[in-house]
Design a protein around this ligand. Structure first.
Ligand SMILES: [Fe+2]
Ligand SMILES: [Fe+2]
Length: 468
């Protein structure tokens, strides 16, 4: 089934489609050029202990070995076709899923794919300097694992563009290599993907909260009536789980280290060269709030159209009884004349909020895990998610000011309090001062606890990165 030894490993019978193969082989050198320019800085000639997707079988899809990153086998893998799959929601519920792009939804589908695709290279760009300050070779390897897989996700989206969208698809595929995270002229499409991610607390918060947005977007797209998109996203989700675990356990290990110090009576954690809980909370507030923006406005006609057309569903659509969502309403507080006012939004127009609900619930579980670490150390401090109105740039609450518990506050209060809620320049400078690389296997930076175990049965002190 899989064409593993091909120049572009794949399970989509690329060898039987010479035109598509030529187009992708033309894109490939541009991708490598982008990777060398904008991928991890340094380490490109080192051998990294990486997993590579080699099939889509649930047990055995990944192969672990030393690889130089530019030689990583970025492949195109779609989850198996489900036979006569039907559209699971919206106006066309029950009709056969599409194997090609329906003309009337072409523009919307392309936009969904390009928006998703753009986040993949963006995150690699945001993380490109982190290797220089890795707290351990174990973490260094995990960073690169995330990076190469985001590269593969880009490949997956480019495959869809090339395969199903003709000339404008090819142009969009070029565009994905041309935009740059944080660039004033050619920024990436979404806000959180233009924000610097230049210390490791940022990195773990990013993989915890922003990759988790990715999980829910992919989940909603895996419901799509456009079957190739659904199958692509379903397989990407298997890799995405690891990215989130890097963030979840990374923050957990920082909390663990800080909790050890606090339990030992070292109240001034910074003096010990570790990260104090208020700073962790501020970074959490920042990444959670800008990741909430990625779900879009609370009330959205786009979201309603995507749902009606069967392009983008809900997380685990099969768990809902009614897949048309024509009658329901979603009650929510919205801003009206500068005041929070209870409103009833037609359910289809509230689909962004429905997906955001599932995301918030998932994030809360992660925070609960971190709080269990604090409790195990007999500390009464707790971390918490800020209210979803806090620090929003997009949607109903973007115009107002809200404190972390969601209360509306004046601009003056915001100005005087914001430094207690979001990372300040001084916090970032403190984090930067901690970022000193530790490249000796088995050793780890002082501000983070080691993981309980290594990668794929290997110990923590395994040589995950071999110098060239
Ligand atoms: Fe991704
Ligand atoms: Fe990811």
């Amino acid at each position: 089934m899989s064409e593993l030894d091909e120049k572009i490993p794949n399970n989509v019978h690329l060898s039987q489609d010479p035109k598509l193969r030529r187009a992708l082989e033309k894109w490939q050198p541009n991708f490598i050029e982008w990777w060398m320019d904008m991928g991890p800085e340094g380490f490109q000639t080192d051998e990294i202990y990486l997993r590579t997707a080699v099939s889509v079988e649930p047990d055995g899809w990944a192969h672990f070995d030393y690889t130089r990153m530019p030689e990583y086998r970025w492949g195109i893998f779609l989850a198996p076709s489900a036979g006569d799959r039907r559209i699971g929601f919206g106006d066309l519920e029950g009709q056969p899923a599409w194997q090609s792009v329906p003309g009337e939804f072409r523009t919307q589908l392309r936009r969904l794919i390009v928006t998703q695709g753009d986040t993949e290279p963006a995150s690699v760009e945001q993380q490109r300097r982190l290797g220089k300050t890795a707290p351990s070779v174990y973490d260094l390897r995990n960073l690169f694992q995330v990076n190469v897989e985001e590269g593969r996700h880009l490949w997956a989206m480019v495959y869809l563009l090339h395969s199903y969208f003709g000339r404008d698809g090819r142009e969009e595929a070029e565009g994905l290599l041309e935009r740059r995270s944080g660039s004033p002229d050619k920024p990436r499409l979404l806000g959180a993907f233009n924000v610097p991610c230049d210390d490791w607390l940022n990195f773990y918060m990013f993989t915890m909260f922003t990759d988790r947005d990715g999980k829910f977007q992919l989940s909603a797209l895996s419901e799509s009536g456009f079957d190739p998109l659904s199958r692509t996203c379903r397989f990407m989700l298997t890799e995405e789980a690891f990215h989130m675990s890097v963030g979840d356990t990374g923050v957990g290990r920082i909390v663990e280290r800080t909790a050890q110090l606090l339990r030992d009576g070292k109240k001034d954690v910074r003096r010990e060269g570790a990260i104090d809980l208020p700073t962790i909370q501020k970074y959490l507030n920042f990444w959670f709030s800008i990741s909430l923006d990625l779900f879009g406005g609370e009330v959205s006609t786009n979201a309603a159209q995507f749902f009606a057309a069967g392009l983008k569903g809900r997380h685990k659509e099969e768990n809902y009884a009614d897949h048309k969502a024509l009658d329901g309403v979603y009650p929510m507080d919205l801003m009206e004349n500068g005041k929070l006012t209870r409103s009833e939004v037609p359910l289809r127009n509230a689909m962004n909020e429905v997906l955001r609900d599932a995301y918030v619930e998932d994030c809360q579980k992660g925070v609960d895990r971190w709080n269990r670490i604090l409790a195990q150390h007999e500390l009464s401090d707790r971390l918490s998610l800020p209210d979803r109105r806090f620090n929003r740039q997009i949607g109903a609450f973007a115009g107002g000011r809200f404190d972390p518990s969601g209360g509306m506050i004046s601009e003056e209060s915001w100005q005087s309090e914001a430094d207690a809620w979001l990372p300040t320049a001084a916090d970032r400078a403190y984090l930067a001062s901690l970022m000193k690389p530790v490249y000796q296997p088995g050793k780890i930076a002082n501000w983070i606890a080691p993981p309980p175990s290594g990668v794929k049965g290997k110990p923590f002190d395994f040589e995950y990165v071999r110098k060239a």
